[in-house]
Design a protein around this ligand. Structure first.
Ligand code: WQD
Length: 340
């Protein structure tokens, strides 16, 4: 299939581009580089040995999106493009609603006009809200109450569900990610957040490479085994392969829309991740346990049995793989991607 990857220069998008090519698909990318860098495409072309057509514009631009679909042959779309920082979304809700929903409206309209009937949407475990029983099941109501970011994911799932119900032949996969970490084993691509990392793994990696003095662990008094929060960390390549499985699965999927959890099915604590990273680098990491971060839940992880039984997908990479691959990326690219 020829697959359009929106946000294909981003962390998960770039890894998915490689996995799609590895699986024999053709790929084209649309990305406005709001949260990524053009140099990623050069690295993807070098790693894949293929040229990857790039269209650089904001998907909320309806005319440019229409022009793309009118001039490119597209069989399926994987939609990653969107703002994703929870804290930022609280400060800038209108930017988040306008960008995340607007890009999805624009994309869905162009797909309908040009008969593109396969869509995989990048959703998030955040849609389960703050009080869902663990492990999270896809049958739970999507109740995000944590942030405007979380609500944009709930709303995009709702919009795509209604569009799929109204559009003959359209099939939509809603992929709910848990905590993506790790990097391609080449060390050529990886997670490169702009500014101070919000997320745990990139912060640990920046401490390890000397860009940050120490890790602050937000809370050591949670009701968990070691007092620190537990999450379902999943290797970004497992996640990328889940997207390939999903876009291929749509062909035979009987429902017009279906949600799939993409996680490993078990939790890892902050301290466990820190110690795994110390094993990867061969020495201790400086950290201190400080106060809790508002909004954090003590522990949650996925039940991903639906993805396994229906798509034949299962995460296979370990926490040690995630740490070793992250370290290879960060040590080979101490300052992240170059600007040009
Ligand atoms: C993990 C744990 C922190 C940083 C977020 C979004 C979620 C999804 C994935 C998009 C928590 C602790 C972190 C640090 C720390 N994103 N931590 N020190 O919050 O589980 O999920 O990213 O879909 O929507 O909410 O991930 O990596 O921020 O935090 O102690 O410097 O690490 O308190 O317990 P989170 P995270």
């Amino acid at each position: 299939m020829r697959v359009l990857v929106s946000g294909g220069a981003g962390y998960i998008g770039s890894h998915t581009v490689l996995s799609l090519i590895d699986a024999g698909h053709d790929v084209l990318v649309v990305d406005d580089f709001a949260n990524s860098k053009p140099t990623v495409l050069a690295r993807l072309e070098s790693l894949s040995g293929q040229s990857i057509p790039l269209h650089s514009f904001d998907l909320t631009d309806v005319d440019k999106t229409e022009h793309l679909f009118a001039h490119e042959q597209i069989d399926a779309v994987i939609h990653f493009a969107g703002f994703k920082a929870v804290g930022e979304s609280v400060a800038k809700p209108l930017d988040y609603y306008a960008n995340n929903l607007g890009s999805t409206f624009s994309l869905a309209r162009a797909m309908a006009r040009h008969g593109v009937h396969r869509l995989v949407f990048s959703s998030s475990a955040t849609v389960y809200g703050d009080s869902a029983p663990v492990p999270y099941q896809e049958t739970y109501e999507a109740l995000a109450s944590s942030s405007p970011y979380g609500w944009t994911k709930v709303m995009q799932e709702r919009v795509l569900t209604d569009v799929a119900a109204a559009t003959e032949g359209l099939k939509v996969g809603l992929l709910r990610y848990f905590n993506p970490v790790g990097a391609h084993p080449s060390g050529e691509i990886g997670e490169d957040p702009q500014g101070t990392p919000n997320n745990l793994m990139p912060f640990i990696a920046q401490v390890a490479v000397g860009r940050r003095d120490r890790l602050s662990i937000f809370g050591g008094d949670y009701p968990t085994a070691d007092g620190t929060c537990e999450r379902d960390y999943i290797h970004v390549l497992d996640l990328a392969e889940g997207h390939v499985a999903a876009v291929e699965h749509l062909e035979t999927m009987s429902d017009p829309v279906r949600a799939f959890n993409l996680g490993t099915g078990h939790g890892t604590s902050v301290l466990q991740l820190v110690h795994a990273f110390e094993r990867a680098i061969g020495h201790d990491l400086p950290y201190e346990i400080v106060g809790r971060r508002p909004g954090d839940l003590p522990a949650y992880w996925a039940d991903s049995s639906r993805a396994e039984s229906e798509m034949g997908w299962k995460a296979t990479r370990s926490i040690d793989d995630m740490c070793a691959d992250t370290w290879r990326w960060q040590s080979q690219n101490p300052q992240g991607y170059p600007d040009a």
